[in-house]
Design a binder for this molecule. Structure first.
Ligand code: DGJ
Length: 757
């Protein structure tokens, strides 16, 4: 299917010339590009003046020519016939990649500074190309090449429109990439800035996407929070001016997520328009919706422009991270499911992409730093009897680390704790029929470490400023290859020493005093981005040299739950908050953009270590089944009653997990509006099976059961309920609902629906 159409148009217009007091004809030659996905259309036009204008983004419209939306005839400021006021043209026209300093006072997407210090930037269209498939994004550095994470698109799945623009002052080439997917309502964007001249310039702002929508009637949805309450959905109507989210922490952060959506005011899970935007990046970012003077909306998203610049030497280029854009005319739920499909099919890689993940037990909440070989083996013995498949040894096994105050950077086994060595421990765990996983925090350095004593300059720092400590640790300068090589060599030694089948890659502090002992002063503002590229370089080494290892990313809980990380790890630790009730919001918020198959979720002990709440063991299990399932408790010390439930819970998880991992996710209740009740379901793609979960958070007086309408089933198919054994049509289950009879605090239920032929 041809999904990118290019038309050379010769248009005839008339405009009212108020000085002459009459209508005047004029013509405009333009190239119109129309990108189609199954349910959306995205159109842009290169005008005769060289400006690249945005024409349309929204529900699919197969009209041949949408250029009338530019309203060139009506627009009194049309540049071709109004040279006395080009500024107004610049400040009103919808642009594809708006630049700074030449009359467009809305938020700009791109700016560069030349050797004379000028910052005003102007781009003109030079040509286009269409590529079947989707090119990779690569950044060349002085000593290596780094592939930036991006969504994959084979020639069967996607085509890419490549538009070349030229910066007028410097001659720089700015190449814009637009990939349209054939089976999903997804368009991705990125850019590459090339220096084809003979003097260097600095890119000072390079957004991944900019979209000018012709209305301000949208709500802005973002996923915000803090440690232990990440990605809580917030929704507010747009108003005049700017609404933005960002991170300047060096990572995507607990506080904001590089996701934002613009949805029509009445949009809900099933209806209304939703535009979702997600940056495939794990560092500082910026996303903003701006309501302009003409009540239109400009949305931009990309790397945070504050404290950023990148010098592009002659012959070199700078690669802008990718943004994913999803359009849905069927509500927020469909938008989420499109993101889930895209990430499961085209972003997540490796052996575990479509595979069940082992049920794990992690010793963090069980022991914290207080463990040794015997303790771990005793946990594994009990866990293996209960059917748990992998033991993960968390923080505290290396250097002389007995609390969080030392040893990061010293990745050798502490044989006082791991007596007999790592191999002996792993062999003993393997002998129980379990896999073994290990924790690393490779980006960090403790002031109390051999590594810091040998290389104090390896920490990110600014000369003359005291270094801010956070969790008594500093961040390694990952812009330097020799530092990455050192950590990698240490990690490899550990990985090669025993049968390690899983890694939890943690990152427990943000960047402060962002300076490098190695980068020249005029490249200092590159450090934020070079750091992230360094992390990507090391994670790529890990997944390509150890493809059998299951990688789970983590950052003090869920501070790096972003598509950049998903490119390397099929799962990410969602939050340090393992309380089943807190998790309802955290997991529902996360699911707005990210698939359940990627959400690390564990059953932990009660009272919960973060909020002190006690919930039934069964509810903790039912909530954790929405993610990659595991346990994080001392199985040798929990009550016999709880322990006895584990085999049954694992059996349920295994039964439902294929539906959760590969199916369509429907949020049925809204925990953000009514925090007393939640319900969700997953339906297989062939609609033959579904699993429904409901959680009654607080008991209610004068209680009466409720009806919850299901979604995503086939109206005509008939389904048997595992709860009642009754058979009802999909139509009945979706239009009338199922009876949810839950009374009391923290009660939950799971029902499976299976088609009866
Ligand atoms: C933060 C993680 O989120 C926890 O699960 C645990 O691994 C600790 N770090 C260990 O320091």
């Amino acid at each position: 299917m041809e999904n990118i159409r290019v038309q050379k148009l010769h248009k005839e217009y008339t405009r009212w010339n108020w000085q002459a007091g009459k209508n005047e004809p004029f013509t405009e030659d333009m190239t119109l590009f129309t990108l189609s996905t199954p349910g959306s259309t995205y159109a842009l036009a290169a005008l005769e003046s060289g400006h690249l204008a945005h024409v349309y983004y929204g529900k699919r419209t197969d009209d041949e020519d949408l250029s009338y939306l530019l309203r060139l005839g009506e627009n009194p400021y049309t540049i071709k016939v109004n040279s006395r006021d080009t500024g107004t043209f610049m400040d009103t026209t919808p642009f594809e990649y708006p630049t700074f300093g030449t009359g467009d006072y809305r938020e700009s997407a791109f700016a560069l500074t030349d050797e004379n210090g000028a910052a005003a930037t102007s781009l003109v269209y030079r040509g286009y190309e269409i590529i079947e498939g989707k090119p990779a994004l690569v950044q060349e550095l002085e000593d290596c090449k780094v592939t930036l994470p991006s969504v994959k698109g084979c020639p069967r799945c996607a085509s890419t429109l490549v538009i070349t623009m030229e910066e007028v002052r410097t001659g720089a080439q700015v190449v814009l990439y637009y990939t349209a997917f054939r089976e999903l309502d997804v368009i991705t964007r990125s850019a590459v800035v090339k220096n084809t001249g003979d003097t260097a310039f600095k890119v000072t702002r390079a957004m991944s996407t900019a979209v000018d929508l012709d209305s301000d009637k949208y709500d802005f949805i973002t996923l915000n929070g803090s440690w232990a309450r990440e990605r809580i959905l917030e929704r507010s109507p747009l108003h005049h001016g700017k609404q933005s989210i960002d991170s300047m922490k060096g990572e995507s952060s607990h506080q904001s997520n590089p996701f934002a959506a613009l949805v029509s005011h009445k949009a809900d899970e099933e209806s209304g328009e939703a535009y979702g935007f997600n940056l495939v990046y794990s560092g500082n970012f910026f996303a903003q919706a701006e309501v302009t003077q003409h009540k239109r909306t400009r949305f931009v998203m990309g790397m945070a422009p504050f404290d950023f610049s990148w010098t592009v030497a002659p012959g070199a280029s700078f690669t802008v991270p990718e943004a994913v854009m999803v359009y849905s005319s069927e509500g927020i739920g469909k938008m989420s499911r499109t993101f889930h499909d895209l990430y499961r099919q085209h972003l997540i890689r490796g052996e575990y992409k479509d595979k069940a993940r082992p049920v794990l037990i992690n010793n963090w909440e069980a022991t914290y730093f207080n463990f040794d070989t015997e303790k771990l083996v005793s946990i594994a013995e009990s866990a293996s009897k209960a059917g748990i498949e992998m033991l993960v040894m968390d923080d505290g096994w290396f250097g002389h680390r007995n609390s969080d105050d030392s040893s990061l950077g010293d990745w050798y086994v502490n044989e006082e704790k791991i007596k007999g060595g790592l191999k002996d421990l792993v062999d003993r765990v393997n002998a129980l029929g379990m896999k073994f996983g290990i924790w690393f925090e490779p980006e960090m350095i403790s002031p109390d470490s051999d590594l810091y004593r040998a290389h104090p300059d390896w920490a990110i720092q600014v000369k003359g400023l005291p270094l801010t400590q956070s969790r008594q640790q500093y961040v390694l300068d990952y812009s330097r290859k020799e530092i990455r090589d050192n950590i990698w060599a240490q990690m490899k030694k550990i990985l090669d020493s025993a049968n390690i089948e899983y890694i939890k890659w943690d990152m427990n502090r943000q960047i402060t005093e962002c300076g490098s002992a190695a980068l020249p002063a005029d490249r200092r503002q590159e450090l934020w981005h070079r750091y992230v590229l360094g992390v990507y370089d090391l994670q790529e080494r890990l997944v390509s040299e150890y493809p059998h290892i299951l990688l789970e990313n983590c950052s003090g809980g869920g501070a790096r739950f972003d598509p950049g990380m998903l490119y390397f790890s099929p799962q990410i630790w969602t939050s340090d908050d393992t309380d089943a009730i807190e998790r309802l919001k955290i997991q529902a918020g996360t699911s707005v953009c990210y698939p359940a198959s990627a959400m690390g979720a564990h059953v932990s002990d009660c009272p919960n270590h973060t909020v002190g709440r006690s919930t039934p063991f069964s509810t903790r299990g039912n909530v954790a089944m929405v993610g990659t399932f595991g346990y994080e408790l001392d199985i040798t010390r929990i009550s016999e009653e709880d322990r006895a439930q584990i085999p049954g819970q694992i059996a349920e998880f295994k039964k439902y997990n294929p539906i959760v991992r590969e199916g369509d996710h429907y949020r049925l209740a809204n925990i953000f509006e009514d925090n007393t009740f939640d319900a969700w379901m997953f339906v297989t793609k062939d609609k033959q099976k579904a699993v429904f979960t409901a959680v009654q958070v607080l008991g209610r007086p004068n209680y009466h059961s409720r009806l919850v309408k299901l979604a995503g089933l086939d109206e005509k198919k008939r389904y048997r309920s595992s709860l009642t054994n009754e058979v009802h049509s999909g139509a009945a289950l979706m239009n009338c609902g199922v009876i949810v009879d839950l009374s009391g605090d923290f009660k939950s239920m799971v029902i499976e629906f299976e088609e009866v032929k």
